[in-house]
Design a protein around this ligand. Structure first.
Ligand SMILES: C[S@@+](CC[C@H](N)C(=O)[O-])C[C@H]1O[C@@H](n2cnc3c(N)ncnc32)[C@H](O)[C@@H]1O
Length: 718
């Protein structure tokens, strides 16, 4: 029974599970928990007392006995759909594949394989793996990686406690951190690196009574978390004796709900059941009907209450749900300069009323500035919409003129002959024949009959200039008066480093380099933003300078807050912000994003090899925009990772992973281990259109040297 109804939410987070003890009577165990309101159970699959070695020695004594592990019943005790929908198999928690004790190690490996084989046989959706015992988990990870290679669709959830010591509270000496209280993210990271970021390996976080800092929690949202196991001792007690959670825990749980992460309740009943109606209904003793109440029912009720308390998903979010974390590849993306857009693409643009109202505001302000009130009835402003499409900016401009009482003469310049057909019909339909002249032409080659007071355009991509707005407007600027106004007057691109394991795995699944050298348009959701975004390139229009160039280079330095702990950078999220006129702007940069505007999703630049950034180590990114007279236009990025002072020393446990257990795609996917003399470089050059990034040349991991940079520059000068 789902936790509740939330308009538009069809995600897994509606289902709540419960961790149980081993029980040979699986049908009764399932029935009891499902009838008490839980949606699935996490029981151990075999009797915890079972050890293969003891069975073998018994067998040696009695060779007639088969060595069958004591599984909880046969596969027939539940129906296939019950196994698949209501059971997540818990792998024996006693296993220790990295133990010094050889017998224990061998028993552990045998049991791990037996239980996962049994779970696959039952078609369970997932198995819960016990936590690694620290970052030194090489044998455990090797075994899991090997199992993953031959696994059906089942997911493996690695259990990881959500804990991270506060380094600042340790006199700034992280070396004080003992093995027991290391940042548990490091365990996960070591494990997944050794499993080569396998897409069927995910995380189940154990949520305890204390929580790490907000930044440290935030990085997990870019990791593949499938479940959050909340322990009863993480609950507080409210005035009436009921379990409840701290404000920070509540916020975290809301984050889990919003990221399709399932909650699992675990532990013993720790809240008194002797008073109040809720307690009496949750009493584990038989009540008057003789029905046994589930001891954890009050915890489930509270989780359900938190779910139901969430605000309904806003209309726009609901509309965008199916786009979340879906990579739009170049083939699906829109390239308005290269291609002619289709009717349905224009229709999608035109639904974004917020965009056009911002343009209308900008044109109104510009008209008022350009023509004083006393000249409003005598002066006619010449306004050219360059890239008019089917006419929404023409309409917005005419409305601005009406609103401000200014006289307007409009040229609508459009290179797509199909859109021009609709433009003609619109002009006729609206009776604009005396005001609007339609020009079916590329703005870069049009010989305008007169000069314009204003150029209005919307040629912006998710990364601002990546739809070639600068190149198009350079062509159009010829027919703008010297003191003319361009709307937009400028635009700036932004990037920020992100953890984005889902996106990374989706790119990786293509098993080629081309997909790593592509920038994608994507509605980013399951990502962790590791540092505030920073501006990359700005273009200003008009630009009358004589030595102007649209080639750009910049170097950015990102500081990831120290209390985040280590984090994985899978790539960069890209955005833009455009100043239309004076204080009227529109954009998607998160801190200033225009509310309710949906024309642009962010852009994502993946890294071929994700980079683990240690606390306090700055991240330096080099970014180019490359232009050439023959090769249309390109854009490159290059990452230079600087190790902070003393952060990387070879005795740190994560540095001893010198390579993957198996070679990855192209035989070249290595866990990225950095030390002070290592500089990571990633470079791409490509043709960029509206929402795409088509690679022309790629320079693979190259040493940071003058030669590398000049190679890049020589390309740009071609
Ligand atoms: C993103 S659409 C915007 C259309 C419309 N202004 C709107 O807001 O719905 C960009 C338009 O510019 C046109 N365009 C792109 N480059 C052009 C060029 N060099 N000359 C003329 N039109 C161009 C495209 O065909 C497309 O119709």
């Amino acid at each position: 029974m789902p936790l509740g109804q939330r308009a538009g939410d069809k995600s897994d987070s509606r289902y709540c599970g419960v961790e149980t003890e081993f029980n040979e009577d699986m049908p009764r165990l399932l029935d009891f928990n499902i009838s008490s309101g839980f949606d699935f159970i996490l029981p151990p699959l075999t009797n915890p007392t079972y050890r293969p070695s003891s069975v073998t020695s018994n067998n040696n004594n009695n060779s007639n006995e088969a060595s069958v592990p004591p599984f909880a019943g046969s596969d027939l005790v539940l129906s296939p759909s019950q196994w698949a929908s209501h059971v997540v198999g818990k792998i024996s928690s006693w296993i220790d594949l990295d133990s010094e004790d050889e017998l224990l190690r061998l028993d552990s490996e045998t049991v791990l394989r037996q239980e996962i084989a049994w779970a696959s046989h039952l078609s369970l959706q997932a198995c819960l793996l016990p936590p690694p015992r620290g970052t030194s988990c090489g044998n455990y990870a090797r075994c899991v990686n090997q199992i993953l290679q031959g696994l059906n669709n089942m997911q493996l959830w690695l259990r990881v406690p959500l804990e991270k010591p506060d380094h600042d509270a340790m006199d700034g000496n992280p070396d004080q951190v003992s093995g027991e209280c290391t940042d548990s993210w490091e365990w996960w990271n070591s494990f997944r690196l050794l499993c080569e970021h396998h897409s069927q390996l995910s995380v189940a976080l154990d949520v305890l009574s204390s929580l790490p800092s907000g930044n440290s929690l935030g990085r997990w949202f870019g990791e593949p978390i499938r479940a959050a196991i909340i322990h009863t001792d993480a609950f507080l007690t409210n005035a009436r004796g009921y379990p409840c959670l701290s404000k920070r825990h509540q916020k975290l749980i809301a984050g889990f709900f919003n990221h399709s992460i399932q909650i699992v309740v675990s532990g013993n009943l720790l809240h008194s059941t002797s008073m109040g109606t809720l307690e009496s209904s949750n009493n584990s003793d038989n009540n008057s009907d003789g029905i046994t109440r589930h001891p954890l029912r009050s915890y489930l009720d509270y989780v359900g209450y938190l779910y139901q308390r969430l605000d309904p998903l806003p209309e726009q979010e609901r509309f965008e749900l199916n786009y979340r974390d879906f990579l739009q590849s170049p083939l699906q993306a829109i390239q308005p300069l290269m291609d002619n857009l289709e009717a349905q693409t224009y229709e999608t643009f035109e639904k974004d009323t917020v965009k056009y109202s911002q343009y209308q505001r900008a044109v109104s302000k510009a008209l008022v500035d350009r023509v004083p009130d006393e000249k409003a009835s005598t002066v006619t402003t010449v306004l050219m919409v360059v890239g008019a499409g089917r006419g929404p900016l023409v309409r917005a401009s005419l409305q601005a003129a009406e609103e401000t009482g200014r006289k307007l003469k409009v040229y609508a310049v459009e290179k797509n002959p199909n859109a021009v057909v609709t433009l003609h019909s619109l002009v006729k339909l609206e009776g604009w024949e005396n005001v609007v002249t339609i020009v079916s032409c590329d703005m870069r080659s049009w010989n305008a009959p007169e000069k314009a007071d204003m150029l209005v355009s919307e040629l912006l991509g998710s990364f601002g200039d990546n739809e070639l707005s600068p190149e198009c407007l350079d062509g159009a600027q010829r027919f703008l008066k010297q003191d003319g106004i361009s709307i937009p007057s400028s635009y700036t691109s932004f990037i920020q480093p992100v953890t984005a394991s889902k996106l990374y795995n989706d790119v990786k699944s293509h098993r080629d380099l081309v997909h790593f050298e592509t920038a994608y348009v994507v509605k980013l959701h399951r990502i962790a933003k590791l540092s505030p975004s920073q501006p990359v390139f700005t273009f200003t229009h008009p630009d009358h300078s004589t030595k102007k160039s649209n080639q750009r280079y910049t170097k950015l330095r990102f500081e990831i807050p120290r209390d985040t702990g280590s984090s994985m950078v899978h790539g960069f999220a890209g955005y833009f912000d455009a100043t239309l006129y004076k204080d009227v702007h529109l954009g998607i940069e998160p801190s200033t994003a225009t509310p309710n505007m949906f024309s642009w999703f962010p852009i994502f630049f993946p890294l071929r090899t994700p980079i683990c950034v240690q606390p306090g180590s700055p991240l330096e990114v080099h970014f180019w925009r490359c232009c050439g007279s023959t090769k249309s236009f390109g854009l490159g990025w290059f990452l230079d990772f600087h190790a902070g002072e003393g952060e990387f020393t070879l005795d740190r446990p994560y540095l001893i992973h010198v390579g993957p257990i198996q070679s990855g795609m192209n035989g070249a996917s290595h866990p990225h281990v950095l030390h002070q003399s290592t500089i990571v470089t990633v470079a791409h050059i490509g043709l960029v259109c509206r929402t795409v990034f088509l690679p022309l040349v790629s320079i693979k991991a190259a040493p940071m040297c003058e030669g590398f940079q000049s190679e890049l520059l020589s390309f740009t000068q071609e």
